[in-house]
Design a protein. Sequence first.
Length: 251
Amino acid sequence: MRKKIVAGNWKMNKNLQEGLTLAQELDAALKGKQVNCEVVIGTPFIHLASVANAIDTEKIGVAAQNCADKASGAYTGEVSAEMVASTGAKYVILGHSERRAYYHETVGILKEKVLLALENNLTPIFCIGEVLEEREANRHFDVVKSQITSSLFDLSKEDFSKIVLAYEPVWAIGTGKTATAAQAQEMHAFIRKTLAEKYEEEVAENTSILYGGSCNASNAKELFSNPDVDGGLIGGASLGVDKFMPIIEAF
Ligand code: PEP
């Protein structure tokens, strides 16, 4: 059975003290509560160790939002997958559209990052998604398939089974414009079929595919009720417990 996951992506928000407070508030809100999904928070690098030490990481998984495409060495300013893992983080968000667009992360770079994450026992939350022009030109299925194929399909079946996917239509990220439940389901079902063709039905059935893009307390239930939507990657609405908890509780 694939996991249901609600993962927050704080992006470049919250200083260390604010981030610690948010993580601790979420930890307190979840204490003694039975929720029906895994909860993850994706913090900036500098928060990882402090957050992982301050919360119950059995209840809330900690994710980095990136890692280097090199294992170690003279790469000033970079943070390796091994360093991320040493903080207590268990996940790493890779291939977010902001990293692809603003930091020129190519499919080849992402391939290296995925391999290094897996070598260091981090679960990649691998983001894919089309821009508006691609959807309008009816190329969204081809674009998403190519993002998956080029960065992930050299993985063995065993390694691919460790990946979580996040379908994030770029036109929906931070815009307040959510994909409809039908658009999300259509793409998630397409992704699952693509995985089944490459690996096998069992791998496809066991892969968690999250939806991301202006998901919030009012639309989460409808989005998550789709058979192929296994949760969400949440940006803006993960920055406050009052907004994030109802999304977790949508399951
Ligand atoms: C994201 O950046 O991963 C995201 C989904 O952002 P938002 O929820 O703010 O659209």
